[in-house]
Write a new protein. Structure first.
Length: 739
């Protein structure tokens, strides 16, 4: 570089630094400015030899990120300093310890959080990429500011991506639309979300992006004219009512216009609400709500509102803290226009999200919606044992989820994602309540656990100390919080049963003169075509592995010659990969059931699509060959579903060790005090037994009872019958088979 270029660059740096201080949303003290200056100097020095692909000095990137953090997200000096140094540890010799020594532990912690995220390799397959996102989301646990700075970093990268190769642009833009824009949305950073989405579209669908941009430019004058005509009408009435306000026209984002065009299959000209009007009024805190509805009444005096599209986010703010009144009215020329009514304070929160939220929250005791969400999120993150792809998918669902508002029996309001069920509501109150949920009432009526809630519902949870989640519960809930809690409880139960199973297996093998060892466990896992020793012990504990099967194993073990040949066959190359896949998939899904009642029926696997255990399938009732099972994506599926829908049956693979059966027991004996209590105690204390219904009667000293229980298999039922027979006063226990 020539001397002149160096001087130019230094001047530009000085300008950028002054600009950074000037645009800061927070008021900076002299100390704050010193801190930012120091971080600025450290970053300039650390990156002095680095250039970006465009040829520009690298230092302009951290400064760009710091400017977004300071102005658009509105964070304070600590975050501005961390943003300036967010790449220092990754790219130079400076360590986290050095930063802590030069600055303070908080800044060091933020820089470390940002460094951790970027240390995951960039070019990766989907599951590693999901792992990367998961790591990033886990930093929400430490400090939400890490994610906010990361979002600013992503925005600046998106704004300066032109000199990158195409494939990288598409990858980064897709990631942005997949996770960063939804995150910005959820944290209340609506401006940044819009920029991220528009830039994402620019690189993923450049042709469409450019078309919409040029169309917006063409219609700008007409749009301004239209907004002015509405403003003029409203201004007169507002002035009469002494409301101080400003009206801004806001074009819809390019991305949302594109989404509308795709969803409704219309052209640009056919998208009606391409812009919204924003009325921002001056008000003290006390009068905010009153004034919002006053403005509503003025607007609807002049324009007819669409009653189905009124959104009151003032009485019930979104969980990101967003507050506003949204009215859709029929404007001039027969066009629908959305009008957003918000006070200056609400507008600031809508623009800045998190930071403004905390500026106004000082001294407030009640947790904000955002705090509540972050706490729920922490729980979901801490307990997550799911694989990374599922985790990120679950997480995304909760990012863009529209909200519904429901009431507790005491009239407190709770917000839940749209599509949430009554069981989700139970978990949203407290996980202990969720786990013990026996039934739910919505608006006073008993409903199923998977009943979908609607805004305004009042929900009451009925709990029982003996209640425990079952595998089906995972199908009854939609929120990741509830799913994680249920999975954890099921895992704990599985572990308990597996521990019992291990002891039982040791005893059973002893009878067969076999000592349980590492190699025996491995042989058994292979023999039963399972995945892990946990699967093996669980199945023994749940009684899914019978004594005869263990005898078969023992007989096979002693026949070493057969073993030798088996190994030979295993090593032969003819074992095609497809067979291996079949085995892996069938490990956990070894039973096919049909219909809502999950009946076991005879079936054949169709040859046109060769389904294997674990595939998504359906049953098709043929004329001569009984039920044939096809994959959901079978080439013939569409024609079967559309032409013979009445012959299509639901079908799914399940794990036979998790299968449950109903059995009815008839119990007779001598009626004595406390017998009923003792009987229910004995039944419910046995692992893996649920009482479905019970009817007991005593007459002239004779006790008659009928109990319907749900068990996993015959072994457990036999054990239960034995335990009941041992009870004092019980005469007979028989199993009843009813048609």
């Amino acid at each position: 570089m020539t001397q002149v270029e160096v001087e130019e660059e230094n001047k530009a740096l000085a300008r950028e630094y002054k600009e950074l201080l000037r645009i800061s949303y927070q008021t900076l003290t002299v100390e704050d400015k010193k801190l930012i200056r120091k971080a600025f100097d450290v970053a300039v020095d650390a990156h002095k030899d680095q250039r970006r692909k465009s040829g520009e000095a690298y230092i302009f990137h951290p400064i760009g990120v710091a400017k977004i953090v300071a102005q658009e997200i509105g964070l304070g000096p600590t975050s501005i300093a961390a943003a300036l140094m967010h790449d220092v540890v990754e790219d130079t010799d400076i360590t986290i310890a050095d930063i802590e020594r030069m600055f303070n532990p908080k800044i060091a912690q933020l820089v470390e959080g940002l460094t951790k995220i970027s240390q995951v390799k960039k070019e990766m397959n989907v599951s590693m990429q999901a792992e990367n996102f998961r790591k990033m989301l886990l930093t929400l646990n430490d400090d939400v500011r890490v994610i906010l700075i990361k979002i600013a970093d992503r925005l600046h990268n998106m704004q300066t991506m032109d000199s990158m190769p195409d494939y990288k642009q598409v990858k980064i833009a897709s990631e942005t639309l997949y996770i960063y824009a939804p995150l910005a949305h959820r944290l209340g950073l609506y401006n940044i979300k819009t920029k991220l989405e528009d830039l994402g579209l620019k690189y993923t669908e450049p042709r469409i992006f450019n078309e919409i941009v040029s169309k917006i430019k063409e219609t700008k004058e007409e749009q301004d004219e239209y907004i002015k005509s509405i403003s003029d009408v409203l201004k007169k009435s507002m002035d009469e009512e002494n409301v101080e306000f400003t009206i801004k026209g806001r074009p819809k984002s390019i991305y949302s216009i594109r989404r509308k065009m795709a969803a409704q299959n219309v052209t640009f000209d056919e998208v009606y609400d391409k812009f919204a009007l924003r009325i921002i009024y001056k008000s003290n805190l006390h009068d905010e709500k009153f004034l919002a509805w006053k403005i509503y009444s003025i607007v609807t005096d002049h324009y007819r509102p669409s009653p189905s599209r009124l959104r009151d986010w003032i009485s019930s703010p979104k969980s990101s803290g967003y507050e506003a009144l949204h009215i859709t009215v029929m404007g001039p020329k027969g066009r629908w226009v959305e009008i957003q009514v918000r006070s200056e304070r609400m507008d600031e929160i809508a623009e800045k999200g998190y930071a403004a939220h905390y500026k106004y929250k000082q001294g407030a005791t009640e947790e904000s919606g955002l705090d509540v969400w972050l706490n729920l999120l922490k729980e979901a993150l801490e307990n997550s044992e799911t694989n990374a792809v599922d985790f990120v998918e679950d997480f995304k669902m909760n990012l863009y989820a529209k909200e519904i508002f429901v009431f507790t029996p005491k009239g407190e309001i709770k917000s839940l994602p749209k599509g949430a069920t009554s069981l989700d509501f139970a978990f949203s109150i407290h996980s202990d309540i969720g786990i013990r949920t026996r039934g739910t009432r919505v608006n006073g009526k008993l409903v199923q656990l998977n009943h979908e809630l609607k805004s305004g519902d009042q929900v009451e949870i009925i709990t029982s100390i003996n209640q425990k989640p079952t595998l089906h519960w995972l199908e009854y809930v939609t929120t990741s919080r509830a799913k994680n809690k249920i999975r954890n409880v099921l895992n704990d139960d599985t572990k308990k049963i597996a521990e019992e199973g291990k002891e039982l297996l040791t005893r059973k093998l002893k009878h067969l003169k076999i000592t349980l060892s590492e190699s025996v466990i491995n042989e058994l896992v292979n023999f039963f075509k399972l995945k892990t020793s946990l699967d093996l012990f669980y199945r023994v504990g749940a009684g899914a592995i019978e004594n005869q099967q263990l005898k078969d194993y023992a007989a096979q073990k002693s026949n070493t010659l057969i073993n030798f040949f088996k190994n030979k066959i295993k090593r032969s190359p003819s074992n095609a990969p497809e067979d291996i896949n079949k085995q892996v998939l069938s490990n956990n899904f070894d039973l096919l059931v049909f219909g809502k009642e999950q009946d076991r029926l005879d079936y054949k696997l169709s040859t046109c699509c060769n389904p294997i255990p674990g595939d998504e399938v359906f049953g098709f009732v043929t004329i001569n060959e009984g039920i044939k099972v096809h994959k959901r994506d079978c080439p013939n599926a569409l024609s079967m579903q559309s032409n013979y829908a009445y012959r299509v049956m639901q079908a799914k693979w399940i794990d036979s060790s998790q299968q449950e059966f109903k059995a009815i027991l008839k119990i007779t004996g001598m009626d004595s005090l406390g017998l009923t209590n003792e009987l229910t105690r004995v039944i419910s204390s046995q692992m893996n037994v649920n009482i479905q219904s019970i009817s007991l009667s005593g007459e002239a000293g004779i006790f008659n009872g009928q109990v319907t229980v749900v068990v996993q298999n015959n072994t457990i039922l036999k054990k239960l019958i034995d335990n009941v027979k041992k009870m004092d006063g019980i005469d007979k226990v028989t199993r009843v088979y009813t048609n």
